[in-house]
Ligand binder design. Structure first.
Ligand SMILES: [Zn+2]
Length: 234
């Protein structure tokens, strides 16, 4: 056990074993594994990041889905990814209306302070947010927060419907990928993003993660389609 961690998990200290707290045991065990296995190999990196601050070059906008963790998929270490996750990996349009906008705030910081060089919008298969959208589910609460959040995916007057020949599965996948396209489109409505992109200091990317196979597809903007990373030379 590394120096400094002595007694951290003694039941009388952490308390979960004697019922003092209800913090999930799984998380405490995970933290113990992190502290004993991973932290020793990355301690100097953490100290450096603490002293120097973060300077990630990549921002990932992904879904809340527990199966689609950007740090896991891209095998990223501390300080490497600036991550924003929300339902269905959506980016709203630039809307300086005086309201509180979480994704916009993160974007503002990433682009204007961190000077991020790449923004990756990461979509995925079996997205619950997209499924709620295509199934036109009833509001889950009086706030209809998911319904209102997903509504920004479509433009005023736009109709998104299943095509005649399309299975529900194909329709859902098409919309999961369309959410990435729409988010990339919306990113360019932010003046500070557009300026950086047009000056060549910032690049926007789309990607799509296949949960079952752990497969990754990257958007080929010229072809307007997602291509398996296996098609790219290593
Ligand atoms: Zn999702």
């Amino acid at each position: 056990m590394p120096a400094g961690s002595k007694g951290l998990f003694r039941p009388t200290v952490c308390g979960y074993a004697n019922g003092m707290i209800s913090f999930p045991k799984k998380l405490l065990e995970g933290y113990r594994a992190f502290r004993t296995q991973r932290l020793p190999t990355e301690q100097s990196r953490y100290r450096e990041l603490s002293e120097r601050g973060q300077s990630p070059e990549v921002m990932v906008i992904g879904c809340c889905d527990s199966r689609v963790s950007p740090e896991v998929i891209f095998d990223a270490g501390p300080g490497e990814l600036f991550v924003v996750r929300n339902v269905a990996n959506l980016v709203p349009v630039f809307e300086p209306d005086g309201g509180a906008h979480g994704v916009s705030a993160a974007l503002e910081y990433a682009v204007n302070v961190l000077r991020i060089k790449h923004i990756v919008v990461l979509g995925h298969a079996q997205c619950g947010g997209i499924r709620a959208f295509v199934d036109k589910i009833e509001p889950l609460s009086v706030g209809d927060f998911i319904g209102r959040w997903m509504a920004m995916f479509i433009k005023p007057g736009e109709v998104v419907e299943q095509r005649g020949h399309e299975t529900m599965q194909d329709f859902t996948v098409r919309i999961e990928k369309a959410a990435v396209f729409r988010s990339l489109e919306n990113l360019m409505t932010f003046p500070f993003v557009r300026t950086q992109v047009e000056s060549g200091h910032l690049q926007l990317h789309g990607a799509y993660f296949g949960v079952a196979e752990g497969s990754l597809f990257v958007l080929d903007k010229a072809a307007k389609e997602f291509k398996s990373v296996r098609d790219y030379a290593a």
